[in-house]
Design a protein around this ligand. Structure first.
Ligand code: GLP
Length: 235
């Protein structure tokens, strides 16, 4: 793993932007995207730049079950506001949280990923080491699946909702084996709340108990973290 330690998320967003810029210069056409507060500075820099994605495809990691694309709390809506409205792709895929037949949607999404191999996948990390919505215990060979969210993830995400009861209890997530197929993975993490997960991801054993630890097995991962998120690293 290539680890870049930055001062804060603003500097991280600049470095994150440079990773996207370089990937595009090398011909990347399919971008795996994440939501959450972490990638926002990278997305801002991208949207303020002259990079053009109108010939490219984006595939998002996950979506809450039960939320429509126009629901302000949905990940689809987040992507519209933080990226797609400002800089459109030729085609953008986000799992359909309102799909009538969820198992059909899961299969369809796997097909989307197989038809458009991801060149660069951006990831955030949950406090318990989850990536996408792959919670601890998710098998490493998982493909797109429906996930029951853990209490810690529901608590962490409740800040975006009026109260905790409104946080959906399940989600659709790209699986760990799908994420691992991406040619290049960019992980960003900021703040001391992420320090334990970052230490376990980089220096701990590779175990489904820390889903992000699977990234140790990928040969092209760039990690951008601030000093607080790096504070528990031993080396
Ligand atoms: C959610 C998302 C993840 C994201 C994580 C961290 O659980 N499903 O993709 O990485 O939150 O979010 P944040 O960046 O806001 O800390």
């Amino acid at each position: 793993m290539k680890i870049i330690i930055v001062k804060d998320s603003n500097e991280g967003g600049q470095k994150g932007f440079e990773v996207f810029q370089k990937a595009k210069q090398s011909g990347a056409k399919v971008f795996g995207l994440a939501t959450g507060s972490t990638p926002i500075t990278t997305y801002q820099n991208i949207c303020d730049s002259d990079l053009d994605f109108t010939q490219d495809v984006s595939i998002n990691l996950d979506e809450y079950v039960g939320l429509a694309a126009n629901n302000p709390q949905s990940y689809h809506y987040f992507m519209q506001k933080n990226w797609f409205d400002k800089k459109p792709f030729k085609r953008s895929f986000v799992p359909d949280g309102k799909a009538v037949d969820i198992s059909k949607e899961l299969k369809y999404y796997d097909q989307v990923i197989n038809n458009h191999p991801v060149d660069l996948q951006i990831l955030g990390i949950g406090r318990n080491g989850h990536i996408g919505f792959n919670e601890p215990g998710t098998p490493f060979d998982s493909t797109t699946h429906e996930v029951a969210l853990t209490k810690s993830t529901i608590d962490a995400n409740s800040r975006f909702f009026d109260n905790e009861n409104e946080v959906p209890k399940s989600a659709i997530s790209m699986g760990l084996s799908s994420i691992m197929k991406s040619k290049h993975i960019l992980m960003e993490a900021y703040g001391e709340k992420k320090a334990k997960a970052i230490q376990a991801m980089i220096e701990g054993p590779v175990t489904p108990e820390v889903p992000a630890s699977i990234l140790q097995k990928h040969d092209n991962v760039t990690v951008i973290i601030d000093e607080a998120a790096a504070s528990l690293l031993k080396k």
